[in-house]
Design a protein around this ligand. Structure first.
Ligand code: IVH
Length: 676
């Protein structure tokens, strides 16, 4: 493709996406992918001046709205913001601003505020009364949505104490996250279409023909600009105008801070990135604005954006990539989980090549097919998921993907009961299930048998040495020593490890058995109450249900497990092999070094999965919540920790302990040094 062809193609794509986003309120692709297209177009236009065009989409702000409403010509253009994507680019912007002003970077004052992911609105007040409200449109001409805006509860109809003049208040119309979920619940209940995200819902709600419909939608307005149309106001600082807006009764971003100098400003914008999920509404970045209005005046505007402000966009949590295949994995309970094999893509800062598709219904609803371009999302701590397919006009798609009817591993039929969304392989002899069960049984949170990782277990199964967890206890050195990669020495140490595991306390054996719904907390409760497996197995259902932290679902599951022929046989073999199946009284085998203490783990710890680390803490009397609070004892910081937990710990003064101290923490309940 020649540069000219590429430019033409980019303009076509961007125009198509603009229409979808601004006119139909249904974006085709994630904002981040859109930004990539615009960036490339701008770069090419800069590199090849002959390809520039005053009418290029790169020069446009938004798009003309569909003609549902009266047109409004803005008294002052509603511009967009230029974007930067990291701290380095942000500093470059600051450098340009300082140079433009002929001032030292360190003397500049910046207001730093959230970039709300909603839609821009300009509200005109004449003689202090709401006169008209308009959408941004293409920046010059917007739509008159006055009647709908009058129904937004937090938009003042009158500005107290303002008797004359004409001014405009600009800001963002949005739906708070809670309100968005509530709206979608209502849509669902009425059999109406659900909205894809809060922004679309806000856009759809604001541009309703019938204001009574808008009135039913929980829209909010957040103000961030006061436009002095008549030229009568005398503010010299942006933050003073914001205070005025607050006095008039407008909602503004109370997190907004004034910082002096580049370092403080960049640090504050980092803070927003860390706290991006803590806002009531979706934010997709942070906006940095020069506070001094005289300096703003001197800097002025480009054709599409002010030079005195910039948007720092956060690393995208949604990206598009190619779906290579859909596969199904079988877990230790037999659950069949469909997942996507993807062309690797960086999402929220890490490379993603696999993403979950949750279950059969979700794949069907999303109708994603191998070969499709798909949107992948990874937000916060959650596992990556496929959101939807991207429409690619003119492209032939593969035929609809259907959920397999047979287990990909053992070939037996998969089953799904009517009232469940999950599908299961119910073959008790399925090797995939068996593999996961044994790996789980031997894991740190359970019997903690060193040397029994996934590969070794797969080998033992393939060699026909184990077909149940109970078989582990009859493995002999001479059987193992002949296996590939295992000599006499390793075989002996593996057998010794297995021998040692026989005295594992009951609570961890219960975790290892993988009884449905029984996690480390319930297992400990059951074990400390009954002390032995024999007593637990005899307990009536009501007694199980009455326990703290157990409840009917877990109780039923345990009750049933103890009565199944297969588990009875397994337990009988455990007893013959010499497993204690006892929870030692008082002083447990594991000392309760963390009794009553909340230990938060962030990032990965070598040798522990997330569940194992939690189980290890719980096994010592502690808890392992997912977030840091005032009650947190300490935060263990592993590889690639979550920034929000670190910052929260710092804010609260919670000790942060290195991963290398985790073992010592478990053993002694304390640590030798904290992280700086
Ligand atoms: S200031 C002339 N401040 O982001 C500059 N805009 O991508 C006026 N936005 O068009 C905009 N939060 O719709 C500003 N705190 C904030 C914002 C914000 C969200 C929107 C606004 C703007 C778009 C640019």
């Amino acid at each position: 493709m020649t540069p000219a062809e590429r430019v033409a193609w980019l303009r076509g794509e961007i125009t198509r996406h603009n229409e979808a986003y601004f006119i139909h309120d249904t974006p085709n692709i994630p904002d981040a992918d859109y930004d990539v297209l615009v960036r490339e177009l701008r770069m090419l236009e800069a590199e090849y001046p002959e390809l520039r065009d005053a009418d290029s989409v790169s020069e446009q702000v938004g798009a003309r709205d569909a003609t549902l409403f009266q047109e409004v010509v803005h008294a002052e253009a509603m511009l967009s913001l230029d974007n930067v994507f990291d701290a380095h680019e942000l500093r470059q912007w600051v450098g340009r601003v300082a140079k433009g002003l002929g001032e030292d970077v360190e003397t500049l004052s910046f207001a730093i505020e959230p970039k709300i992911d909603g839609l821009a609105l300009s509200i005109t007040y004449v003689n202090g009364a709401l006169y008209q409200a308009a959408t941004r449109g293409d920046g010059q001409v917007g739509e008159d949505v006055s009647e709908n805006v009058r129904t937004i509860r937090n938009v003042p109809a009158r500005l107290p104490g303002v008797a004359g003049g004409r001014l405009e208040v600009r800001g963002e119309v949005f739906l708070a996250r809670d309100d968005f979920h509530e709206l979608n619940r209502r849509q669902r209940a009425q059999g109406a279409k659900e909205f894809a995200n809060p922004r679309n819902a806000a856009a759809g709600s604001l541009r309703q023909k019938d204001p009574r419909v808008s009135a039913q939608r929980p829209l909010s307005f957040l103000a961030y600009q006061l436009v002095d149309v008549a030229g009568t106001l005398t503010f010299s600082k942006y933050l003073d105008t914001i205070r005025q807006l607050v006095d008039w009764g407008f909602l503004t971003a109370h997190e907004t801070r004034l910082e002096v100098g580049a370092d403080a400003m960049v640090a504050r914008s980092d803070w927003y990135e860390v706290h991006r999920h803590d806002f009531r509404y979706d934010i997709d970045g942070v906006v940095i604005k020069i506070d001094d209005l005289a300096q703003r005046e001197r800097l002025g505007f480009t054709s599409r954006a002010p030079r005195w402000a910039i948007a720092r966009k956060f690393p995208p949590e949604e990206r598009t990539t190619r779906l290579l295949a859909i596969e199904v994995s079988i877990g230790r309970t037999g659950r069949a989980t469909p997942f996507a094999v993807l062309e690797p893509v960086v999402v929220a800062g890490s490379i993603v090549s696999l993403a979950t598709l949750h279950n059969q219904d979700q794949v069907a609803a999303k109708d994603v097919r191998p070969g499709d371009l798909v949107i992948v999302r990874k937000a916060g701590d959650v596992i990556p998921e496929v959101v939807s397919a991207v429409v690619e006009p003119g492209r032939r798609r593969a035929k609809k993907w259907t959920f397999p009817t047979k287990c990909p591993d053992c070939g037996q039929p998969l089953e799904r009961s009517d009232d469940e969304s999950d599908t299961y392989c119910v073959n008790p002899a399925c090797p995939a299930q068996l593999l996961q069960q044994i790996v789980h049984f031997a894991s740190r949170g359970a019997l903690d048998i060193e040397g029994l990782g996934e590969q070794r277990v797969a080998q033992l199964i393939a060699e026909g040495l184990v077909s149940d967890v109970a078989d582990l206890f009859s493995l002999r050195v001479e059987d193992l020593a002949v296996l590939e990669g295992l000599g006499e020495l390793s075989a002996t140490s593996l057998v010794r490890e297995i021998e040692k595991a026989k005295s594992t306390p009951l609570s961890r054996v219960l975790v290892g058995l993988g009884v449905r719904h029984v996690g480390p907390v319930a297992a400990r409760e059951l074990a400390t109450r009954f002390r032995s497996y024999a007593a637990l197995a005899r307990a009536p259902l009501e007694e199980l249900e009455a326990l703290d932290g157990v409840g009917p679902v877990i109780a039923q599951s345990v009750y049933q497990y103890c009565r199944e022929a297969e588990s009875r046989e397994r337990i009988a073999r455990f007893v013959t092999a010499g497993l204690s199946l006892i929870e030692p009284e008082g002083g447990r085998v594991l000392e309760a070094t963390l009794e009553g203490k909340a230990v938060v783990v962030t990032g990965s710890l070598e040798g522990y999965s997330r569940d194992e680390a939690e189980a290890a803490i719980v096994a010592r009397g502690g808890t392992s919540p997912g977030s840091v609070s005032k009650k947190t004892y300490c935060v263990v910081v592993g590889e690639a920790p979550g920034a929000s937990k670190l910052i929260r710990a710092e804010e609260l003064g919670t000790p942060r302990v290195g991963a290398s101290e985790f073992e010592a923490l478990l053993r002694t309940g304390t640590w030798t040094s904290t992280l700086a």
